[in-house]
Design a protein around this ligand. Sequence first.
Ligand code: FES
Length: 421
Amino acid sequence: MILSAVPRLLRHRPRTLIPSNPFQQFQRYTHSPPKSQPKHTHTATPDPIEWLPLPRSLAYRKALMLLSIPLPPVHWPSHLDIASPLLATTSAMYKSLGIAVNAIYDGSGTDTTFSNEEVYKARIFWPDGMSKTYERFTMDSVSSEELQNDLAYVPEPFDSNRLAVAVEGDGKGLAKDTKEILVCTHGSRDCRCSDRGGALVYALREEVERRNLGARVKIREIAHVGGHKYAANAILLPTLDMMSNLTLEHAPSLISHILDPRADSQMWNHWRGRYGLTEAQQAELWSKVDPSKTVTSASARTPASLETRAERVELRFKTFEGELRTVNARIGSNLLEVGKENDLPSLEGVCGGNLECATCHLYIPSSPTPPVGEASDEELDMLGYALGYRDGESRLGCQVQVTKELGEWCAAGGVIGLPRF
Ligand code: FES
């Protein structure tokens, strides 16, 4: 089974190593926008965007570790872990300890290629606001005693009334109460991240400058996070909140939100979940904010408004053991969400729909012809890891949307297959 997936992996990996100028759009927005770039105005009409329902829950991770890579994102390959053995090793070792690891560009460094001697600044953030900085993080640091001790840190008990957390500062570069917005602009991985993320970075920096907040709010860029369909995606520090479905129009509100994330902030509509909290804790936090009061013009088609208008269709699934299950599914949700809502077996969704795990693998047979779009390159890459992969049938449930047409396909005899694992 695993062997059958290998040719697909080999077919897609070389493409990811040699991106074909994916940065054209991205360069328009980051670091040095051209003189012809129109000044951002907050009255501009946003592009029509199909807002997707947000899961309001991220897969549980104890903490988030960030390596500051001295290459501007324009030089990042699509898979940083292939270019950076230090990132790959850290990620592999710490993921098993429940720590999420990612790379950011903090504005320092102008390298254009990865050094053989990787030495990066690294930081770890816990959900209670605790953080630690390692000025020289190397391959030797990964399994050092200091890191092992630090990773054993147990955060203070979760309090859902604390919508914000305080950060003490590190006495060096990071001042007390500094806030950071990490926007995914990883264009070689996903051009939508560079288009929307790059535009958002540009608008955020302009807004920070306009409000003279340079000492308090830092705008950084982060490697692929959040997934194509929710872009632009951003992580807020120190709260560790993931925000999605963002456009450049949200820049002013997002900055106000990070400075003072009150329960009635409009930006909770874009809250995807919080690193460091369990599913139950995230649900408790979500219950403290009231997004139904907070529909903005830029988010007129927010998940909340979609949910109230949601229509439903019947979908048919068949378990690996042959049991047929008919479920009622919300149009606009995805098949992973349908699986979770209806306790269907084998659909785990460990990465929360971020295209990082393939544990939402399922089968959509080609007959009758299913009304689902083609899998993206990113989905195909990840399907290479799916156990029991079937050419022409395997899909990732988190990437397939429920539509009226999919309901009609099931009514005409179509059945979605569930794998053994
Ligand atoms: S849930 Fe991880 S790829 Fe779909």
